[in-house]
Design a protein around this ligand. Structure first.
Ligand code: MLT
Ligand code: ZN
Length: 463
């Protein structure tokens, strides 16, 4: 029997598209984590900001929790609806609303994908430089909700740097127009930045005005094989001082093993413990000389065991697939994901402690390291041993995460660098944020969402 609240919602917002079929509830009720069983009440697909406001007002009046939903490519359970929540999908709100050549901004509805945003910027001869592998599915609203980072943070920064303004429907159902694209605005608290990274707990982002960058330079990609993490840090310092780096990513032999098992082509004849993928501005004799000099410098010091430099766009894309294909290659193993960060200068010391900890705690597990080493962001994926049941695995990983969180605390790091806290890392928030900070966050939530209907249970349990 259909829940009577669905009829009531349809009556309150007649133009609203509502989905309640069993396969839709599963599809929209989960994200890429696959850890929580989806169980939403229904899926609401508004067509504009006014309808979003009407849905939120209805939900507040009826005490129904809302889970804002973009591409659901998140890796922390932030978009999971497992407790009868109404999923509010922005899927029908994907339009580009305007481009301003003087301001160099693009205004979009929040449901647009990252890839469509990048294309729209490209059509204007400019670029939206935030980038990562989920670009074809993830939405700008979701990127804003998690302050998404990705593969070009080293050069361009996180999503936060590119949001010139946003519109938010609060838990009251009010529509806030925050910062309106201004470059300079010293008129009090910047509420826009409060919303960025708030994981849908303060409201629903419905629109964003994004800054655009100059089109990226011509680039080449270098894949290097390295004997140790120490040499990786030396190579990073060297390349950063000699080249104009666009990205500096790393992965281990285990990560490469899984990508190759998925059909990718091996880059080198021999296996090496670590690999670095560096993308850098190329073209012109001076740059070519600098690249070769940097390569030679690293090789003669024994920091690099082997290396290859792309000679075409196709080759560059092929090399990138070795890094970008890691998440997909691990997905069938339902990995437990860590997404941690420390200051880049603290990386070697943190890594030594973390490696010792994980080797001790997970001696029999396949632990895969990779990430955005130039940003101090490491992804550590732990694969479930075939003979271990899912609950026992989750419990074991939970215990180890508590130890890892303590190690991070010692090194002043964060339990989530770019994926968000969501449900997955909620129990460890206190390793990264002080009790005073968490109390302030809860207080801010009460102001913007007094009924506690916006993505409840994500980041923290509001009192
Ligand atoms: C990536 O950088 O590929 C993703 O953020 C990481 C992951 O799958 O853990
Ligand atoms: Zn990442």
């Amino acid at each position: 029997m259909t829940d009577p609240r669905i009829g009531s919602l349809q009556q309150a917002v007649p133009a609203l598209v509502l989905k309640t079929a069993a396969d839709d509830l599963v599809h929209y009720g989960r994200d890429w984590t696959r850890r929580w069983a989806p169980a939403p009440l229904a899926i609401a697909l508004p067509g504009d900001a006014g309808e979003v406001q009407a849905v939120v007002r209805w939900a507040r009046a009826h005490g129904v929790a809302i889970v804002p939903s973009g591409g659901r490519t998140g890796l922390s359970g932030g978009a999971v609806a497992a407790h009868g929540e109404l999923v509010l999908s922005l899927e029908r709100m994907r339009r580009v609303l305007g481009f301003d050549a003087v301001d160099r901004t693009l205004t979009v509805q929040a449901g647009i994908t990252l890839e469509a945003t990048q294309s729209a910027a490209g059509e204007q001869g400019l670029a939206y430089p935030v980038d990562f592998a989920a670009r074809g599915s993830c939405s700008i609203g979701g990127n804003i909700a998690t302050n998404a980072g990705g593969i070009r943070v080293l050069r361009y920064g996180n999503t936060r740097e590119w949001v010139a303004g946003l519109k938010l429907v609060t838990g009251h159902g009010d529509l806030l127009d925050l910062n309106r694209g201004l470059v300079k605005n010293s008129s009090g608290y910047d509420l826009r930045h409060l919303v960025i990274g708030s994981e849908g707990t303060l409201g629903v982002v419905v629109e964003a005005t994004l800054r655009l960058a100059d089109p990226p330079p011509e680039t080449s990609v270098m894949l290097l094989a390295l004997p140790s993490f120490e040499s990786l840090m030396q190579v990073f310092a060297e390349l950063r001082s000699r080249l104009e780096l666009e990205a500096f990513e790393f992965f281990t032999a285990r990560a490469l093993h899984h990508v190759l098992a998925g059909g990718a082509q091996a880059p080198f004849a021999e296996r090496h413990p670590f690999y670095v993928l560096a993308e850098f501005a190329s073209g012109g004799d001076a740059r070519e000389v600098a690249v070769l000099a940097a390569f030679e410098h690293c090789t003669t010091r024994g920091w690099v065991g082997d290396g290859v430099i792309s000679q075409s766009r196709d080759q560059a894309a092929q090399l990138w697939r070795l890094r970008e294909g890691i998440t997909e290659s691990l997905a069938p193993h339902a990995p437990y994901k860590h997404d941690v960060s420390v200051r880049v200068s603290a990386m070697p010391a943190f890594l030594a402690d973390a490696q010792a900890l994980l080797a001790r705690e997970y001696p029999e597990f396949d632990v895969v390291w990779f990430g955005h080493v130039g940003d101090g962001n490491l992804h550590i994926n732990v694969l479930r041993p075939a003979q271990m049941d899912a609950d026992a695995f989750a419990a074991r990983c939970g215990q180890v995460t508590a130890l890892l969180a303590a190690t991070l605390q010692k090194h002043g790091g964060s339990i989530s660098a770019e994926h968000g806290i969501g449900l997955a890392k909620k129990d460890y928030l206190a390793s990264t944020r002080s009790p005073e900070e968490i109390a302030i966050m809860a207080g801010i939530k009460r102001v913007l969402d007094p009924a506690g209907i916006m993505n409840p249970g994500k980041i923290f349990d509001a009192p």
